[in-house]
Design a protein around this ligand. Sequence first.
Ligand SMILES: Cc1cc2nc3c(=O)[nH]c(=O)nc-3n(C[C@H](O)[C@H](O)[C@H](O)COP(=O)(O)OP(=O)(O)OC[C@H]3O[C@@H](n4cnc5c(N)ncnc54)[C@H](O)[C@@H]3O)c2cc1C
Length: 426
Amino acid sequence: MSLKFDIVVIGGGPAGLAAAYELSRRGFKTLVLERGRRPGSKNLYGGRIYMSSIEKICPELSKEIYKLGRRVVREVIMLTHGGTSLNIEIESNDWRGGVVTSLTRFVEWLAQKAEEAGACIVTSAKVDAIHVHGNRASGVRCGTDNILADVVVDAEGVNRILLEKAGLVPRLSPGDVALGVKEVYRVDPREIEKIFDLEEDTGLALLALGEVLDYLTGGCFMYVDKSHIHVGAVLYLSNYARFRRTFPEVLDRLYRLPMFRKVVKIGERVEYGARLLPVRPLPRAEMDGLVTIGDAGGYLVHIGPIIRGVDYAFVSGICAGRAIAELLEKERRPPSLASFRSAFNKYVRETSLMRDIELFKRVYTYYEAEDIYSRYVKFLVDFFREYLEVKNGVKSLNETLYMSMRKHGLSIWGLAMEYLRKFRKM
Ligand SMILES: Cc1cc2nc3c(=O)[nH]c(=O)nc-3n(C[C@H](O)[C@H](O)[C@H](O)COP(=O)(O)OP(=O)(O)OC[C@H]3O[C@@H](n4cnc5c(N)ncnc54)[C@H](O)[C@@H]3O)c2cc1C
């Protein structure tokens, strides 16, 4: 069967649905094809959506997003070594740490918004190929159906299988991605508030590095949501061969730490899953009639503990929707790639997306340095433990610092050089 739409969107995740919402509300006939059985069923992330860019481009929708979860008011970075954890905690009622919510809840909400705006969302519909004629994409094949469209929006996520099939991007290599594994615990909201000392609408984000992941690149996380707690680990795949544990073993060890132990005590495990996420900026593949957004378009920033995937998937979707709508209204024919890029850049400039991606390109290699997850973590934990613990007499700050640095092969001169070579760029 052959069908014709103004726009066909591949993938009903945050990026695809945001584009579909924007295009449909401007009156364009938009079809979303999602391989999952229902919107949200195939989507997985850590637990937090940063809000600053969403607030800028969609202030009304951002109010609704805040209601989907808990506003992060407390953030903890936990450095772990030798059975000890050093916690760096920041707490403020006006902290802009985003919202902790489940991605399924967010995607279900966005799908409803897109449908109310007029989008047609078909689930259990796996796209098999993008039709390319000459230098222009003209539609997609989904089973036995050929769907023609003025613009194909590829929002298929990080794996980019269709783009790879079309010869537009190379196959992902282990160095490009990390593997994320997570569990979700259901907990009575009142218990959550009592145990973590939170209000009805406030939440907590925690990231742990070092021993919890055998000092390898990556880390573990905990996000405290309305009535769920999300716990997981992210390991750079370039290190997988050296990983001596299974992920369940990593999580078991995590649950021995006091902050995490509370979760298992009070909650019931209701979900688990795994997925890849980029650790390097992925090259973008576009052509006349084909626009790529979200993870598929490389619109994700992963800088140390900060992962901005969902907000930038949403922002790239909304801005792509605005650009396509503007061009289709003005030119009344399928837009060229050049005109799309210039319109997209105009809309996206309202946010920090492009600047953040440029920064990501400059600094991502520094976050692959194992020293950050190993030597520096061990040094900081040992130093604070030595200095603060009273075993016999009180210790001098300088002497403890000197001894701890020596123990971990660090020197002031070496650190200064390291700072000049690497860290000042971070
Ligand atoms: C462990 C982990 C932790 C993370 N933590 C965070 C975090 O805390 N905060 C944050 O902002 N980001 C986080 N991210 C990143 C975030 O999940 C992604 O950046 C975001 O989901 C990208 O949205 P998307 O719409 O581009 O892709 P996706 O969410 O992957 O959606 C793509 C959709 O396309 C569908 N699809 C794929 N192929 C086809 C096909 N052939 N036909 C039809 N449908 C198809 C899929 O089923 C899916 O629904 C994390 C990721 C992982 C793995």
